[in-house]
Design a protein around this ligand. Structure first.
Ligand code: FMN
Length: 211
């Protein structure tokens, strides 16, 4: 059975547009036969990459003691969950031109030397992502339509380029963007915006095609 790893990053517990979109997308994936592995880092934020984590992260695996290994437990489990997924969905608001702190903390947990990226000897391409590539569906919610692709403040949108750069860094490059801009504007119609996204699995196993 194919698997979707779905992450929501809104700090809102009620009325989050990006989480509503995630729920909507998950229905499509379930209908297509996907198993869903879901996490809400807005409600349960990841630990920060602190001193212990960083020491553990740069210690060779065979030299890890129990304390250092425990400091990597969240990171290891997240990387394993991404690796077990055929597709990834990340739903996030724009906060202050970029991603919420919880999502940055999550990336700080999963970007690990020797596990998700490595350095090369090629000066033209010094980093190599170690995860196998797979589709990543990126849902974004922004209060103002000025930050949309063609909006007046599009140049201040640091969210999408940062997300793509971090995902690319660990080897993921197949992006599908679904943007909800103007969520805090009076004329915003959430139901219309969410149904217009039409988020669908991009990978269909042979068995489902044949069915
Ligand atoms: C702390 C904070 C910062 C925000 N910064 C921006 C911003 O820079 N640009 C913008 O268009 N909207 C901004 N917003 C509005 C949110 O992007 C908008 O409400 C979005 O729908 C939130 O996602 P959610 O509905 O999934 O919670 C901000 C909201 C909060 C709470």
């Amino acid at each position: 059975m194919p698997r979707l790893f779905a992450l929501s990053a809104s700090a809102r517990s009620q009325g989050s547009r990006s989480r509503q979109s995630t729920d909507h997308a998950i229905v499509s994936f379930r209908e297509a036969g996907y198993e869903i592995d879901q996490i809400d880092i807005g409600q349960s934020p990841p630990p920060f990459a602190d001193d212990l984590f960083l020491r553990a992260s740069f210690t060779p695996r065979e030299a890890l003691d129990d304390t250092l290994r425990a400091a990597l437990a969240y990171s290891d489990s997240m990387i394993d969950r991404i690796d077990a997924a055929d597709e990834v969905l990340i739903a996030t608001p724009m906060y202050n031109l970029g991603m919420p702190a919880a999502l940055k903390a999550w990336f700080d947990q999963i970007i690990r030397p020797g596990r998700t990226f490595t350095m090369t000897r090629d000066s033209a391409s010094p980093y190599k992502g170690l995860l196998a590539d797979r589709p990543v569906h990126i849902i974004t919610a922004r209060g103002s339509s000025a930050f949309a692709k063609d909006g007046a403040a599009a140049a201040l949108n640091l969210l999408d380029p940062h997300l793509e750069a971090l995902l690319n860094f660990i080897g993921l490059a197949q992006f599908h963007h679904y943007d909800m801009a103007g969520t805090d504007e009076p004329e915003f119609d959430a139901d219309l915006a969410i149904s217009a996204m039409a988020i669908k699995p991009s990978y269909m196993p042979v068995a489902l095609h044949a069915a």
